[in-house]
Ligand binder design. Sequence first.
Ligand code: ASN
Length: 323
Amino acid sequence: MTIAVESENREKELKVLDKAIKKMSRKELPHILRVQQAILRAVDEYMYKKGVTRIMPIMIAPITDTLNHEVEDCGITYEGQKFDITKSMIFHKQIMLSSPYLDKIYIVSPNVRLEQAEPGDTRHLFEFTQVDLEIKNATMDTIFDFEEGLIKYVFDYIKKECADEFKALGIGTSHLDITGPFERHTTQELRAKYGEDFEMEASKASTQPFWLINHKREFYDAEDLDNRGTYRNYDLIWPMGYVEGLSGGEREYKYDRILERMRELDADENSLRNYIQLAKDGKLPKTAGAGFGVERMTRFVCQQKQIDDVTVFTRKPGETYIF
Ligand code: ASN
């Protein structure tokens, strides 16, 4: 590399450094972070009261979420064995509930998903944290009730605890007045009403969070066997254009169903052979669950333009990263 190119690169890098320092020195940031801290505090309180056991996160493992959308791979080798960095703990959630002594669990779970940068994207971070829940013998209705209760508990808590932060951020709290139960819509219904960009359009048109049911995506989300081609899975959509904040589903747990769904979606059976073995042995229990993005909830609560506005270091796809 010539000296001229080297110094040009260094100059560019120093601009990135300057931008990074400015980002972490925003006066709003401590208020946003305190709200986020209060959110997590209220989540732990609610889970504890409901008898849901907190599990520490797994960050590298031989298996992770197969995610039915394109993200870059980020495997590592340790002790001659292949590990993936956790994309979500979905399989670990299902597997640990095979214990007769665990019924309801959650993890405050860091996930890495190396998403493609998309112009205008305001809601992806390539590294984020989700509060990931799974309950034995639960159905969609169990999870809807549980998560609605959780959101109401968290919002009531922060309205009470974070008045100074909302004042400092210059925002009100009327968006946190949850009336519930949340409306339930299917993707077919909203697509017919709003067209292809239905999630954003319906979110913009709404002032309350709502459930969006039936997405063709992961093999582990249960298909409705009375209604083939539809799925017993769901997203929670934040209103006012903040879009998806949670995703989950009832799970496939029977051996033949798992194999059928994996084959349909061309998932790698070999890497999941031990998970499949548990299903074959009848050891995977019937469960349902959901995970909500902590930064996405913080963004909605603090009414920030971009998801990256709630983080200290940029984790927005398509940037230059120095820290
Ligand atoms: N946490 C999600 C679920 O429970 C899975 C995911 O994040 N992909 O369904």
